[in-house]
Design a binder for this molecule. Structure first.
Ligand code: ATP
Length: 292
């Protein structure tokens, strides 16, 4: 049985319904590969929906579809009450105010030849701020992500991975968006730095009521940041619900397998868990077949 919420809440900020995305396969006669096979979920204002699943399950593709970076074959994406799945480029530019993204890799997501100040000012100037206003706001943004004011004059290579990710977060927040797609924002960072970046995201949410669609393969991260969790496997959501419940009493065998495959310190326990996860994964080889 697929475990999902019965109805979409009327107050959804982002609503994705029956989303299908496919890519051309190798060989001109080969059928297209369907990567998302009817994905539905909602994100409410001010909440974090964690999207968790193993590598290749389609998590990043969902985020890219919401951002208009991959074509949608069918289904709908609604943001703040407006359909955006076929948005024009002018509409996309306008959406940039309310819908932002933080990518995984802080080493490639910032332009290496632009100062941090210019990087943060760019979206502000592009949306009508004066140079003076932008300069003031850059100072506020740096303070907000706990970076010193003199960071504005420096280049990305002068910063650590965690600091760069804080710059990327500041850039995403520059226009005071309503939703930020966080695509594995801490998976390139060491554990201590992960925690400081996650704490920062939570702090910002508490202050600004921004919503996050938080993509990760890491259950402990998803448990830490999310209000609700959607578990994706092979391009289908197999379970959605309250983060605490999904991560402590998962209903779907695949979620249980995912939990068992999370690393633990004890090697024997790790082996036992891996075997149990393998057995559960074998039970759920055909996720579509047991859809209720
Ligand atoms: N532009 C593309 N062209 C062809 N195939 C693609 C494209 N983008 C993604 N895919 C394929 O779609 C599938 C899902 O990829 P996606 O990156 O969404 O997974 P993921 O769950 O985010 O994985 P990871 O955690 O490893 O990033 C993969 O098999 C991937 O190879």
């Amino acid at each position: 049985m697929t475990v999902t919420e019965a109805t979409a809440p009327a107050d959804a900020l982002l609503s994705v319904q029956d989303l299908r995305v496919s890519f051309p396969s190798k060989g001109w006669r080969a059928p297209r590969t369907e990567v998302l096979k009817g994905v539905s979920f909602d994100v409410r204002p001010g909440e974090t929906l964690g999207l968790v699943g193993e590598s290749g399950s389609g998590k990043t593709t969902i985020g890219r579809a919401v951002l208009g970076l991959v074509p949608v074959r069918s289904g709908t994406i609604t943001f703040a009450g407006e359909r955006i799945d076929q948005a024009s480029s002018a509409h996309r530019r306008r959406l940039g105010r309310d819908l932002q993204v933080v990518f995984q890799d802080p080493y490639t997501s910032l332009n290496p030849s632009r100062t941090i100040g210019d990087t943060l000012a760019e979206p502000l100037l592009g949306h009508g701020a004066s140079v003076r206003e932008a300069r003031g706001r850059v100072g506020d943004l740096l303070a907000r992500v706990h970076l010193p004011a003199d960071a504005a004059a420096r280049l990305p290579h002068e910063f650590s991975g965690g600091q760069r990710q804080r710059v990327a977060i500041a850039r995403a927040l520059a226009l005071r968006p309503r939703l930020v797609i966080c695509d594995e924002p801490v998976s390139a960072l060491d554990l201590t730095t992960q925690r400081t970046v996650l704490d920062l995201l939570l702090e910002i949410q508490e202050e600004t009521d921004v919503a996050y669609l938080f993509v990760t393969h890491d259950l402990s991260v998803v448990r830490f940041v999310s209000h609700r969790v959607a578990v994706i496997r092979h391009g289908q959501i197999v379970e959605t619900g309250d983060a605490r419940i999904v991560t402590t009493e998962p209903q779907h065998a695949y979620t249980r397998a995912l939990m068992l495959s999370a690393p633990v310190a004890d090697v024997t326990e790790q082996r036992r868990r891996r075997q149990a996860a393998q057995r559960l994964a074998e039970q759920t080889v055909q996720p579509a077949a047991d859809d209720g």
